[in-house]
Design a binder for this molecule. Structure first.
Ligand SMILES: Nc1ncnc2c1ncn2[C@@H]1O[C@H](COP(=O)(O)OP(=O)(O)O)[C@@H](O)[C@H]1O
Ligand SMILES: [Mg+2]
Length: 317
């Protein structure tokens, strides 16, 4: 079989640059060198080179998180250059990056989401009304960042305004959500037309972390991750069905990972990641492993699925 030329794209200019570089290195190590020639690009410096190499690239792996990577921008560039890539296209990436739009689409798909209030920059908030509506604690988050950046848990009305101000440093819109106390899980979905939900992972942030915050996400050992989650078969199936609906509702392709909290049999959907963490020990690769796919085999599959999507789009006429 002829070797494929893969453009491995990592780094970039978002606050998740370091995470991306680390993942990129691990993806490089795991890719099967007998099947692939690998060219590496950092969008911070290498876009002109990517453009000039486009004609000889068979597929790109976008290992970028956050704005200018996971949000449809790089996907749009690759579409223009006619380079297939793994995962969601422009639309699914842009929609999933925006937690508010995502919520609207989850709700339309009949999925449960934590009750919420939206705050836009420049608007004043009525703290006591919000607390009487949503209760305490509250979770305040920017609408367009990932990795828990700019997010706070608010336990008293007096600290709500400061938390909103902090979230609004990261964008023009913030969400205030009811805090859901339950079992946090995440569910990977893999496939194009035939979607498969992967085994659930249960996430238990260590006691030093109020929630699955930035350190809990990236500090080894800071969080306990149990795969498959210790949840009965019926609820497991329900949560997997929610992840499949979320994937479809948000126009995702190829793969995605949906974060959820289970409480009293209800599955509250938090968000869908279109480029989930991609180190060998990240959540999505862990659950793929539990389903029988090694990290290297998962990358093979993502490349295949990416090429298949592009082929379908270009033969649509
Ligand atoms: N409404 C909520 N109730 C309880 N915990 C939450 C809620 N929203 C977020 N969290 C916690 O914060 C973490 C990050 O939130 P999430 O919406 O997944 O954003 P991101 O991972 O993009 O920063 C979650 O994994 C969970 O631990
Ligand atoms: Mg998350």
């Amino acid at each position: 079989m002829k070797k494929k030329t893969i453009a491995l794209i990592s780094g970039g200019i978002s606050s998740e640059r370091e995470v991306s570089l680390n993942s990129g290195k691990q993806v490089y190590d795991a890719l099967d060198k007998t099947r692939y020639d690998i060219l590496t690009y950092d969008p911070k410096t290498d876009i002109p080179r990517l453009v000039s190499d486009a004609g000889r690239i068979d597929c790109a792996l976008i290992i970028l998180h956050g704005p200018y990577g996971e949000d449809g921008t790089v996907q749009g560039l690759l579409d223009l250059l006619d380079i297939p890539y793994q995962g969601a296209g422009v639309l699914g990436s842009a929609v999933s990056m925006n937690k508010l739009l995502s919520k609207h689409l989850y709700e339309r798909a009949g999925l449960a989401v934590p009750p919420y209030v939206v705050v836009r920059r420049g608007e004043s908030i009525d703290g006591s009304r919000i607390v009487s509506q949503l209760g305490l604690p509250l979770v305040v988050k920017p609408v367009e960042t990932g990795s828990s950046v700019g997010m706070s848990i608010v336990r008293a009305e007096a600290t709500l305004a400061a938390a909103v101000e902090k979230a609004l440093e990261f964008g023009t819109t913030a969400m205030i959500e009811a805090y859901i106390t339950g079992t946090e899980i995440t569910c990977g979905v893999l496939g194009n037309q035939d979607l498969e939900a992967l085994p659930l992972i249960e996430i238990i942030p260590g006691k030093d972390h109020e929630f699955f915050d930035y350190e809990a996400k990236y500090q080894p050992g800071a969080t306990q991750e149990i795969c498959p989650a210790r949840i009965d078969a019926q609820l497991t199936q329900k949560a997997q069905a929610c992840a499949l609906s979320a994937h479809t509702a948000l126009y995702c392709q190829g793969y995605s990972r949906t974060d959820m909290i289970l409480k009293d049999g209800t599955c509250f959907v938090l968000e869908t990641n279109t480029i989930p963490g991609m180190t060998a020990t990240s959540l999505f690769p862990q659950s793929a492993q539990a389903a029988g796919l090694s990290f290297g085999q998962l990358l093979d599959r993502l490349i295949e699925l990416g090429i298949e999507v592009r082929r379908r789009q270009t033969t649509r006429g």
